[in-house]
Design a protein around this ligand. Structure first.
Ligand SMILES: Cc1cc2nc3c(=O)[nH]c(=O)nc-3n(C[C@H](O)[C@H](O)[C@H](O)COP(=O)(O)OP(=O)(O)OC[C@H]3O[C@@H](n4cnc5c(N)ncnc54)[C@H](O)[C@@H]3O)c2cc1C
Length: 387
């Protein structure tokens, strides 16, 4: 079963599927059991060039759009894998591409495209301020030719398997800016020079096998040349990148949704109880059919958002709606699939409980469903802000 919305990318889909077929359920299960990073998979995806899809050809990448990048991640999840191990390189790329200096791009992009460097970590969320990003407390103070960073982040993913990290920190105190979104800046942190030198990393064991961490900054020095764009404008740069992030995550959820419904269809057709396939019962069949309908509908919104993004058009409403619809649809499909499998759905060897845990994340991260609804209510429908 393939998406009806994305039929025009068949060659790309087949190439990614071909690669993913080398990393089957047993591979992902073993990583999950050992809480290991899927290094061999990420390496294969990097070597095949798929993770540098968004890097322009002039810097050694393939210069594809967010539409194609989203198809790559969708196929990873549709194959039973988990793009969460490496998706951030795609969704943080825009910040460097759009706001980085030519010198920064020349210094890092060719090596990222060649697979010599990984830029797949993104430190925004903090333990005491959560979704209220502009109140974050990590500070970066300019001292000569460097910034000195103090503070703490939480849920900073893939730090242990990345060379570079984007950091959002406050450079002007909140009480000295006109708007709270001002005075925040983005830095490119070279993790190789930072961990153990003012930056410590504390892994967080979590529900899916997601490499994510608490990060502490205690006098970390970041060269001033690693500031991205203009000091104080970083929140705007991060917001710019969020539409891409929403679209890419929506595509992963669509991939998950198809994986769940396909598994459910197969099992419903094969499992015989009371002398007939369980799928002949409407109580089993209809939840699967409904989940499929919702995955397909979410997919249309994902492609609408992706096409607008690639055309340089505003797409905040569509990107947010796509993320919400797709995360809901994949979660609905996960539940239908688990229920269809009865007790066997809970057995690790079926991979359903693993994928169930993995797709559940997208109700909360990288933005929670409530915050999307608040965005739609306020910015799309024009109702008063609820918070
Ligand atoms: C596995 C994992 C990986 C992650 N990776 C990263 C990463 O790489 N980098 C990074 O920066 N962050 C990362 N995050 C953090 C993620 O983006 C946040 O968890 C998410 O944005 C929610 O923030 P919070 O957890 O602080 O929840 P809170 O902001 O504390 O919210 C808690 C709950 O209250 C609800 N809520 C809060 N305010 C309102 C309101 N005004 N109206 C209605 N409901 C509200 C929220 O919807 C949520 O359900 C990750 C999180 C997880 C779990």
């Amino acid at each position: 079963m393939t998406s009806t919305a994305g039929g025009e990318h068949q060659a790309l889909r087949e190439a990614v599927r071909d690669l993913c077929s080398r990393f089957d359920g047993a591979y992902w299960r073993e990583c999950d059991e050992k809480r290991a990073y899927p290094e061999a998979f990420v390496l294969a995806l990097t070597e095949a060039g798929w993770l540098s899809a968004l890097i322009p050809e002039a810097y050694g990448g393939s210069g594809l759009g967010v539409t194609e990048a989203s198809v790559i991640l969708e196929e990873v999840n549709h194959s039973g894998g988990n793009s969460g191990a490496c998706h951030a390189q795609m969704y943080v790329m825009g910040t460097l591409l759009r706001h980085g200096s030519e010198a920064q791009k020349r210094r890092y992009l060719p090596d990222i495209a060649a697979g010599k460097l990984r830029m797949q970590s993104f430190a925004v969320t903090e333990p005491t301020t959560g979704s209220d990003t502009t109140k974050l407390k990590t500070v970066a103070v300019r001292k000569g030719d460097r910034y000195v960073v103090n503070g703490q982040k939480v849920w900073t993913s893939r730090v242990q398997h990345s060379d570079l990290m984007l950091l959002l920190a406050r450079t002007t105190p909140l009480d000295q800016v006109k708007k709270k979104s001002e005075g925040l800046s983005v830095f490119l942190v070279d993790l190789r020079a930072s961990i153990g030198h003012g930056m410590t990393v504390q892994p967080i064991r979590n529900m899916p096998n997601h490499e994510t961490n608490e990060v502490f900054f205690d006098g970390l020095e970041v060269p001033a040349e690693n500031l991205i764009g203009v000091e104080g404008q970083g929140f705007r740069y991060i917001l710019d990148g969020m539409n891409a992030e929403r679209i890419l995550i929506a595509a992963e959820c669509v991939g998950d949704g198809h994986w769940f419904t396909e598994r459910a269809v197969k099992y419903a057709s094969e499992r015989v109880v009371f002398d007939r396939p369980i799928g002949r019962n409407q109580g089993v069949q209809f939840p699967i059919a409904r989940a499929h309908v919702n995955v397909e509908a979410a997919d249309l919104m994902r492609f609408k958002a992706a096409h607008l993004f690639d055309a340089g058009q505003p797409c905040g409403a569509e990107a947010n709606m796509a993320k919400l619809l797709a995360a809901d649809a994949s979660w609905e499909a996960a539940n239908a699939c688990l229920q269809t499998h009865g007790g066997f759905g809970f057995a690790a060897e079926y991979d359903i409980e693993r994928k169930f845990r993995e797709t559940r994340l997208y109700q909360v991260a990288p933005i929670s469903t409530n915050l999307i609804l608040a965005y739609i209510g306020e910015h799309v429908l024009g109702i008063q802000r609820t918070y």
